[in-house]
Design a protein around this ligand. Structure first.
Ligand SMILES: Cc1cc2nc3c(=O)[nH]c(=O)nc-3n(C[C@H](O)[C@H](O)[C@H](O)COP(=O)(O)OP(=O)(O)OC[C@H]3O[C@@H](n4cnc5c(N)ncnc54)[C@H](O)[C@@H]3O)c2cc1C
Length: 292
């Protein structure tokens, strides 16, 4: 492995770092000191070694055989958010809560929805994260990325090829920061909107469970949860995994699930929905690594 200033760990368990709390280890886990450390590492790394970014693992199944190559996790050096006028400059490792509360304090409205998505700016940009009628493409100005080659580049909104919960971010690229833009707003009104969103979340989603967020993207003109419910899958189990009773587009690790249980249950649901309604659900959760 090339020399680094940050932390490089061989055989690092990933289960503690992801919401499902399942899965194998990263062959290498790299926590860079800063963007230049990441860029020089990727430049020197054998181009044949696969690279994957990890945020809070809130939309990810890490398979039980682990992840070959290098997993990159952005730590404190990438977790700052600053406001300037209506613009927010956010480190790729900053949380949605920090982005939305910094926006509130600066009187910037329109990013309240990030309060409810439990991930990092890098994950939001990659996934076009969204909730309550807004998504990242509505607020993104540009993103700073380090490509797999080590090249540092600024990507404008139009370069990211956004569609519903999808971007064309190149394979192996790491988002190290992003600039969002909102509208002028009153901090008290922004806080009220954040509170409304948080309460709606609490009522409808299993937020305190080992889960991975929405399992399947909503198909055009329909809701994945409605199709799953209609196919009779609410509460369905496989090994230690269950389809949430509270929100049936969420899968749960009841305590001793493997990633194979969770992914297998998702495939059971896809098959049941296909049989009941003819719809092919698309996985929204990212499934990474190798089957044990
Ligand atoms: C309870 C719960 C509720 C949720 N509600 C929503 C919701 O309302 N709306 C919504 O959109 N999502 C929701 N999610 C899913 C998830 O929070 C989002 O997809 C979020 O964007 C993932 O962020 P993350 O940083 O945890 O990414 P991870 O889950 O770690 O990774 C997801 C993908 O992003 C990539 N990635 C992560 N960081 C970077 C980076 N720095 N650079 C490049 N790529 C990166 C990963 O490689 C992977 O492909 C929910 C999840 C949970 C658990």
């Amino acid at each position: 492995m090339p020399p680094v200033r940050g932390r490089l760990t061989h055989g690092a368990p990933l289960a503690p770092l992801v919401w499902f709390k399942t899965g194998g280890a990263a062959e290498w886990l790299f926590e860079p000191a800063d963007a230049d450390d990441l860029a020089s590492f990727l430049y020197a790394l054998d181009p044949g070694v696969p690279v994957m970014a990890l945020g809070l693992g809130s939309n990810m199944i890490v398979r039980d055989g682990g992840v070959p190559g290098v997993v990159i996790r952005l730590g404190k050096a990438f977790a700052k958010v600053t406001a300037d006028g209506l613009a927010l400059t956010c480190g790729g490792g900053a949380s949605g809560i920090l982005v939305s509360s910094t926006a509130r304090d600066a009187g910037i409205a329109g990013v309240e929805f990030l309060r409810s998505i439990p991930g990092t700016v890098g994950g939001f940009v990659r996934m076009n994260g969204g909730a309550y009628g807004r998504e990242v493409r509505d607020i993104l100005v540009e993103a700073e990325v380090v490509l797999r080659s080590g090249e540092q580049r600024t990507l404008a909104l139009g370069d990211l090829g956004y569609s519903y919960r999808h971007s064309d971010l190149p394979e192996g690229a790491v988002v190290v920061s992003a600039t969002f833009r909102g509208e002028p707003g009153e901090p008290a009104a922004i806080q009220a909107e954040m509170d409304r969103i948080a309460a709606a979340r609490e009522a409808s989603q299993p937020l305190r469970s080992k889960t991975g967020g929405s399992t399947f993207a909503n198909p055009d003109g329909d809701k994945a949860w409605r199709l799953i419910d209609a196919a009779g899958c609410r509460g369905l189990t496989r090994g230690g995994a269950q389809v949430s009773e509270k929100h049936c587009n969420f899968l749960l690790n009841l305590g001793d699930a493997t990633s194979a249980d969770i992914e297998g249950l998702g495939e059971d649901v896809r098959a049941a929905v296909k049989a009941a309604s003819g719809v092919d659900l698309r996985w929204e959760i990212q499934r990474v690594g190798i089957v044990a």
